[in-house]
Design a protein around this ligand. Structure first.
Ligand SMILES: [Zn+2]
Length: 318
């Protein structure tokens, strides 16, 4: 936003990390080792991935919906030079859930490490690094009218709402997963408590087929819940009874953060995944009357403070 635009007095400010922090892990797709460093970034930067294993000129990939190039086994981003970064969604969800607006994510390979298949290790990293409040107002994307994308029984709808809420509905032909729902409301729940620990999941026969195709080479019981018939293969079982639906909710939080800011919207996903999430953002931004930028404020703190301020502004400008 321009320096001349006055912010609302109740607007939230942007945040970055207080310190840099690193971790290592393996990529889910290629199974290769990868080192990742999260670095503080200036206000207005957004989330930017930087590949340190290739030429600096072509190394940066902004975390934006326009750059999504693939949605198989995760969300992959690519820049104009063809530089790609895969499996960004669990890190994006952690950054969204921790309120981090600006960060540089350095990677020495083409994938974000899968860690334990959830966002919890990234939330831990962010908390270890600490957050730093910056001097620019955080902007949010207000959804102004419902936008729906549908394909083969899968649906995502974004509806106008005063804050971010979410509902996820999944229905798998599996006695373990079956039908599950998850509701999340960021005014009364926290990403850290409700969603961040839910792991990605797969079915044994699919994992084998993917590995035969050279995919999911890093996939194991250490970084996914694996379902075989009517049982969970992981020794310690599930972290939540509805871990599958919670993970879909986590994925949606991460995919939606590729909007480039927080969404003031209600997300409703039915049998949806990364592809439908990205299609929903594309449909939203294709219709200029469906959304607008606004200052991000605490829901519930609005009304009187805001109205007084608007009146003061009107007087000052008269
Ligand atoms: Zn996921």
């Amino acid at each position: 936003m321009g320096a001349t635009t006055a912010a609302r007095p109740d607007a939230k400010l942007q945040q970055t990390l207080r310190n840099r922090i690193s971790c290592t892990g393996v990529g889910l797709h290629n199974g290769a080792n990868v080192a990742m460093t999260l670095k503080p970034a200036d206000a207005g930067t957004g989330i930017v991935f930087r590949r340190t294993d290739i030429d600096r000129d072509i190394a940066d990939v902004p975390a934006l919906w326009q750059n999504v190039s693939g949605t198989m086994l995760g969300t992959t981003l690519v820049n104009d030079h063809g530089t790609s970064v895969a499996t960004v969604e669990h890190l994006m969800a952690a950054l969204a859930g921790c309120g981090i607006d600006n960060v540089l994510v350095e990677l020495d390979a083409s994938e974000v490490p899968i860690m334990d298949g959830s966002s919890a290790p990234f939330v831990f990293l962010i908390e270890c690094a600490g957050t730093l409040v910056q001097d620019e107002v955080r902007r949010a994307i207000r959804v102004l009218k419902p936008v729906t994308v549908t394909d083969a029984g899968r649906t995502v709808t974004l509806r106008p709402a005063e804050r971010f809420t979410l509902s996820v509905d999944i229905d798998f032909d599996s006695p373990v997963v079956a039908h599950q729902s998850c509701e999340f409301d960021d005014a009364s729940m926290t990403f850290k408590d409700e969603l961040c620990r839910a792991r990605t999941f797969g079915f044994l026969h699919e994992v084998s087929a993917l590995q035969d195709m050279g995919l999911a080479r890093g996939g194991s019981l250490d970084n996914a819940v694996v379902v075989d018939g009517d049982k969970v293969m992981n020794e310690d079982g599930l972290r939540f009874d509805d871990e599958f639906a919670r993970h879909k909710a986590l994925d949606a939080v991460g995919d939606l953060y590729l909007a480039g800011g927080r969404l003031l919207a209600r997300y409703e996903g039915e049998k949806a995944g990364h592809e439908m999430n990205n299609r929903a953002l594309r449909a939203l931004f294709a219709d200029a009357s469906a959304w607008e930028w606004c200052d991000d404020v605490d829901a519930g703190l609005v009304t009187s403070v805001q109205e007084e301020w608007v009146e003061e502004r009107a007087v000052a400008m008269a």
